[in-house]
Write a protein that binds this ligand. Structure first.
Ligand code: HEC
Length: 294
């Protein structure tokens, strides 16, 4: 009798533990989906109107053209047979499964400051992306040794990686700074680049012309300069554009900004208002820069 009771208790405990583990995994995936959303749905990995996350989008680089990769769980053409560690390293160090380098068009320099808790959740969510077989076109360039020599050299000369904290800041201006620089990567589009693709830090968030911006699009100045930036916008105005795409003049944003808001299908539009307001608060605190984008 006693033995049966013990066995029953044991079985109930085991089932309970399994349920807890399942619930914890579900929470982690939900959190990862949120990170994925406020990272703009990793929109660069989707060709507009094609199957989500299957890559193949062409990005012009100074040396040719690079194509975003298939990030679904397909074992052959996606990330299905990468370990969590390998995906982590791709996100924060820019290394591929074979150890060679990813071109810094993929914003691993920004993601290098993403918190470990968020990376872990993001990777758990990425594991749920349905496998779709679609090979990624090869890097197209006339320069030899780009991945083995060129990129490591570029990183050494031009790039400062960040440290990934254990936990992400939870609120206020620190939260805003964290999201802008390491998760939502506003500067990836709103900070102009030189002809080598290096961001011009003295024009941080001050907008880009069609030539210095991503994919040939003009990107507005979002520093608090009153004349050429968004100095006249309230925090609520900024939060509203991030969540709904509607500007204070009731116009809607277009192009790449529309893409990251709409997401794939998760995007900035899923952002909690408090996070959007934290971003707004941080944007209000950066130095205003006079830079008119026509
Ligand atoms: C993938 C590129 C990209 C990313 C990432 C991006 N933006 Fe934008 N953003 C744009 C483009 C392009 C426009 C112009 C859209 C238009 O003219 O309709 C824009 C427009 C805006 C505007 C409207 C400004 C105005 O004067 O009309 C604001 C505000 C803005 N972005 C803030 C942000 C913030 C904050 C982030 C980060 C949370 C961000 N953007 C991330 C590309 C991007």
């Amino acid at each position: 009798m006693g033995r049966i009771l013990l066995l029953t208790i044991g079985a109930v405990c085991l089932a309970n533990t399994a349920l807890h583990a399942q619930a914890a995994e579900k929470d982690l995936v939900a959190k990862g989906q949120y990170i994925f959303a406020i990272a703009g749905g990793c929109a660069c990995h989707t060709v507009p109107k094609e199957t989500y996350h299957t890559g193949g989008r062409a990005f012009p680089i100074p040396l040719g053209t690079v194509y975003s990769t298939n990030i679904t769980q397909d074992k052959e053409t996606g990330l299905g047979n990468w370990t969590d560690e390998q995906i982590h390293d791709a996100l924060v160090k820019g290394t591929r499964q074979d150890g060679s380098r990813i071109l810094p068009v993929m914003p691993y320099v920004g993601y290098s400051g993403m918190a470990q808790e968020d990376l872990k959740a993001l990777i758990a969510y990425m594991r749920t992306l349905k496998p779709v077989k679609k090979p990624t076109p090869e890097l197209n360039t006339w320069v030899p040794w780009v991945r083995s020599v060129g990129i490591p050299l570029y990183l050494r000369v031009f790039v400062r990686f960040s440290n990934s904290p254990e936990q992400a800041p939870k609120s206020g201006i620190e939260r805003g700074r964290y999201l802008v620089n390491h998760v939502s990567l506003c500067g990836d589009c709103h900070t102009p680049r030189n002809s080598l693709g290096v961001p011009n830090r003295s024009l941080y968030l001050a907008g880009a012309s069609a030539k210095s911006g991503p994919l040939g699009e003009e990107v507005p100045n979002i520093t608090p300069d009153k004349e050429t930036g968004i100095g006249e916008w309230t925090r609520e105005d900024i939060a509203e554009v991030l969540i709904s795409g509607t500007k204070p003049d009731f116009d809607n944003v277009q192009g790449l900004m529309y893409e990251v808001i709409q997401g794939t299908p998760h995007g900035y539009k899923d952002m909690k208002r408090e996070d959007a307001l934290a971003i707004a608060e941080y944007l209000k605190s950066v130095p205003p820069i006079k830079n008119r984008i026509e």
